[in-house]
Write a protein that binds this ligand. Sequence first.
Ligand code: DAH
Length: 359
Amino acid sequence: MEDIDVLRSELIATVNGAADLKALEEARITALGKKGRITQLMKGLGAMEPEARKAAGARLNAVKDAVAEAIEARKGDLAGAAIDARLMGERVDVTLPVRPGQDGRIHPISQTIDEVVAIFGEMGFVVAEGPDIEDDWHNFTALNIPPEHPARQEHDTFYLPGVGADGGRMVLRTHTSPVQIRTMKGTQPPIRIICPGRTYRCDSDATHSPMFHQVEGLVVDEATHMGHLKGCLIEFCRAYFGVDDLPVRFRPSYFPFTEPSAEVDIGCTREGGQFRIGRGDDWLEILGCGMVNAVVLENCGIDSSRYQGFAFGMGLERIAMLKYGIPDLRTFFESDLRWLRHYGFAALDVPSLVGGLNP
Ligand code: DAH
């Protein structure tokens, strides 16, 4: 029988020297395959004396195990090396410029949210969020819209199966106002938040979509009054539309969750079929607002004899359509690439008051 120690180092050297998985498999066949060198020696054991066979058998088995172990180890190394090579090959240099014509665009709604957040962020507001699926209490009752209230009819609510923690029905939120409730229940004043997000109503035409976006604003502290509400919203309208002397009008209105309530109109002209935002003889409504109703504060456990504040809400598609001249609301959600290329925004032009809102 050939020298087993020599055989062992020879076989292990071949295994360790295998440059790839194919060479390794060849090394395995040479050592352990049907006609492999160890297998052949194993076959020879039968012709030996029992004592010698026992000793040689044990040594051969040890070599067999050592070679098998070396093969497994080498396999692991080669697989790791293959992954490393693949990672190197697929490495993306993120500093390279985008290939012309291949760049993605930012959806006008995302852009509008970024702009609104940039403007209110500068005024000290922070972003708050809430769930799209709400319970009846947060979406209606806590906002001073009790079950029999006519305002419920105006919301064309999508109801969901099951009941919420409040025992009432679950709904797809019909406005972002329930985020006010969640924030007031979870934080002590002073509060200064804006809540951009999706909202849902069973309605669909050129100016309504069953899913749309709103942004809600809420300020609660001990000293905020109607003058702050007016200053803040006038400032917002002028910054958002980029018109320094934009006329802004507050028209008395009604919302169950604010008292007093107002709707905000901005000045515009419609001369010769041309629509323009700015000084003119016409008005366009863009948002609702008011002083937070004391009932709403109390519903959230806030002492209305000490705290007061204002709230507002507006449709994001509406203000995006007005600013960017997008005529049909449904097109926002059709995912038409030609539309996105036309109305979308460059990915790295993040809006800010310093860098500019209008890339
Ligand atoms: N939630 C109202 C709507 O969906 C919008 C709104 C109006 C929100 C006045 C407010 C507000 O916070 O004060 O039509």
